[in-house]
Design a protein around this ligand. Structure first.
Ligand code: SIN
Ligand code: FE2
Length: 229
């Protein structure tokens, strides 16, 4: 049995068990079925090796994270349909506002679907322009063993269980922490009929357009994103 996570103070890592009620999880799954109908799950490949991820993915929001032979990046269209990603469900935008004090909304919600045998190797989330924005992660369905370490690949790691409805926020020093999913624990949830797991991560990709300075909110100008920026 993994230890419950008690994040060390000052790391910016937050763990909020049971943040989403069962009823909210069910509503979210219904909304995600719509998302997947418009933006089907796809199997990304690793840029270097061309190996398929075991996790299938899609996105909602103005931008979506993709990985292919060209590298990791955010883009405005689904790689297979060429259509814009569907919008991020309102309830997730509200959760972002409740859980973070970041001035702007998230731009991408990566939807990771883990079949019972899927896993995700240790990695950093670093394709975003502004690491002061947190990454907010929601777990739905089967329990997983989540692993998190430091900001270098060799730093010690520890693992803990994430169950349906739990939220993890990677902020501050933990924003660039290596993390991954060791495995999915079969038979631990009835939320998804096939025993899989869904993880949603809300990400801000570009720098904010709103800046808080000495209590005042001022607009800043931003240049439009180019491919690969
Ligand atoms: C991710 O790092 O993109 C996914 C983490 C998770 O599935 O909990
Ligand atoms: Fe990640």
């Amino acid at each position: 049995m993994a230890m419950p996570l008690t994040p060390p103070p000052g790391t910016g890592l937050r763990f909020i068990p049971g943040f989403l009620s069962r009823e909210t999880q069910e509503r979210l799954i219904a909304l995600l079925r719509e998302v997947v109908r418009h933006a089907p799950l796809f199997s990304p490949v690793m840029p270097g090796t061309g190996k398929l991820f075991s996790v299938r993915m899609t996105n909602c929001g103005p931008l979506g994270w993709v990985s292919d032979a060209g590298g990791y990046r955010y883009q405005a269209a689904h790689p297979q349909t060429g259509r814009p990603w569907p919008p991020i469900p309102e309830m997730l935008l509200h959760a972002w506002a409740e859980l973070t004090d970041y001035p702007d909304p998230p731009q991408a919600c990566l939807v990771n679907y883990y079949a019972p045998a899927a896993r995700m190797g240790l990695h950093q989330d670093r394709d975003e322009a502004d690491f002061t924005a947190p990454v907010v992660s929601f777990s739905l369905g089967a329990t997983c063993r989540f692993r998190i370490g430091g900001t270098t690949r060799g730093a010690p790691t520890r693992s803990f269980l994430l169950t349906s409805g739990d939220v993890v926020v990677l902020a501050g020093a933990s924003r660039l922490a290596f993390h991954g999913v060791d495995r999915i624990l079969a038979g631990t949830s009835t939320l998804l009929p096939d025993g899989g797991r869904i993880n949603l991560t809300l990400r801000r990709v570009d720098r904010p357009t709103t800046q808080r300075r000495e209590g005042a909110i001022t607009q800043t100008t931003t240049t439009p994103r180019g491919v690969g920026s």
